[in-house]
Ligand binder design. Sequence first.
Ligand code: GLU
Length: 470
Amino acid sequence: MTTPVRTRFAPSPTGFLHVGGARTALYSWAFARQCKGSFVLRIEDTDLERSTQESVDAILDSMKWLGLDWDEGPFYQMQRLARYREVADALIASGHAYPCWATKEELDAMRESQRARGMKPRYDGRWRPERAKAAGLVPPADRAPVIRFRTPDDGDVGWDDLVKGPISFPNAELDDLVILRVDGVPTYNFGVVVDDLDMDITHVIRGDDHVNNTPRQIHIFNAMQRALPRFGHVPMILGPDGERLSKRHGAVSVTQYRDDGVLPEALDNYLARLGWSHGNAEIFSMQQLVEWFNFEHVSRSAAQFDPEKLSWLNQHYIKAATNERLAALVEPLLAKLGIEAGKGPALAPVVALLKDRATTVNHLAEAATLFYGDGMPEPELLAQHLTETSAPALRMLKARLTELAAWDKASLSAAMKAVLASSGLKMPQLAMPLRVLVLGRVQTPSIDAVLELLGRETVLARLSRHLDSD
Ligand code: GLU
């Protein structure tokens, strides 16, 4: 029998969900789903100064929005302090960890003298029990110690990374790291191992900024005499300038992309493809990702974020989305602009007309405002378009529209053509002024479609404002 696959996503709630984190979560999720395993969510909230509830909420919201559902959790590390203490005590008992009372001043002095001797600064192991004893160090009674892990002095530590292949580090480069702080809060490397073990994680998938932490974690796994999970380190995402993607490059959080009008399936597709490929496939669903995902095709080098490609995908998914769904997304955006969509044409056919050209839902909402304003042109624009040539034709058109049996695109277009035939004007000579009189601007989607949606009453009333007075 094989062990069921269990992956996890373990964000620190110190900000919004970064697209890099979201991509890691996406791979971790897809792999769990593919293996019919479980995906666990763990909130690593041990940085008390920087962790916030607001950030937890933003991360959970972003994951839900992206469709990354988890099977267990969210677990919070700060609710597991007793467990870390228990494991630290067990490691002390087995000789793998020990209390250390070195003060900040002592540690600073230690580093200073190492630097002066041209050595890499590191903890020198002075409170390792046998050394402390030999040196006659006596534990001070008035303050609590940190707990340090006794890292093997010699040999190497390595693993076969799911993404990067074999990696190994000489132990001599690693010092005895703190695993439990004075206040009983675990350091990242300790909390992560205790949790990955307690949560039976089989595949640790995370950003490659953690590659240097993995050797330390492997030592702790070994000390606890438990089998190692597989590790897969996913390369970072870079901005267009080749630097690590950050706020400097514009939007970096999932929330920001959502607020900018990106559809979740577009961001999922974009992020999944950024740093992983399946042949030539550029457009694929979450189901396909789950089916196709594998570590062999995760790129070993960093990926560059390309806003234009995301925009192209978003456009694709906007076109593919149902009008009702888009209308429901656009409505609150219009409301924010003070527009009550209920007071104009139905929103679904409006978005249907506009969606082919929109690259974001926000653009779609902007374009939709055309249908919900009063369509009053600026006086100069009106003067420019309502001329001696156009006015008689527009009047003729108005008369025809009043009589029109059916208010639909075909009949509207036929009415315009009839006016062109009898006035001798060309289409733009009629359509431009018509747009200005009815909508207050010269650029609109196809005019017959726009008139159809606005409805007879509105169109005639707007024409009357300009044509009936003279
Ligand atoms: N809390 C860590 C981070 O957000 C998790 C790293 C890991 O997955 O082990 O970077």
